[in-house]
Design a protein around this ligand. Sequence first.
Ligand code: HEC
Length: 134
Amino acid sequence: MKKIHKIRRLLSGALFAAAVGAVGWTGPVFAAEEEVSFELDVYPILNSRCVACHQPGGDGLEKSGLDLTSYDGLMAGTKHGPIVVPGEPMTSNLNVLIEGRAASELRMPHNQRPLLRYQTLIVRDWVKQGAKNN
Ligand code: HEC
């Protein structure tokens, strides 16, 4: 008798766990989009892959006028104008160039291994979220 009770309790516990599991599983399938930070997420990518050339004295800054040592420099863009259109990663030159959507000789970093895909996605989300100085 006692034993049966115990089994029943165990069983209902298992059913309960299964039900909770099922409810959890049918919850949101897509995670809410995470907020990307310029300082924590985007700048480290620029600093490791772009700044060597896009800083005072560097080839990239000399030729294009683009200074990537700061948020203000990035937003100021090149001598031809802005490369970031807040909210518009598909048309922002920054995204076009790092994703290799322009002529291959214009892909950035110039003549170096491209950014990893996840890095381009971080920059894409950041532009999509308004290119904030956050
Ligand atoms: C090895 C040096 C080097 C690195 C690293 C580099 N660039 Fe450049 N970048 C250049 C040079 C040189 C130019 C000028 C190209 C030209 O005018 O022919 C340039 C130009 C640009 C332009 C302007 C293109 C245009 O059509 O006006 C952008 C935007 C740019 N770089 C972004 C970046 C970004 C973002 C990174 C990092 C992901 C990066 N660059 C890394 C050398 C570099």
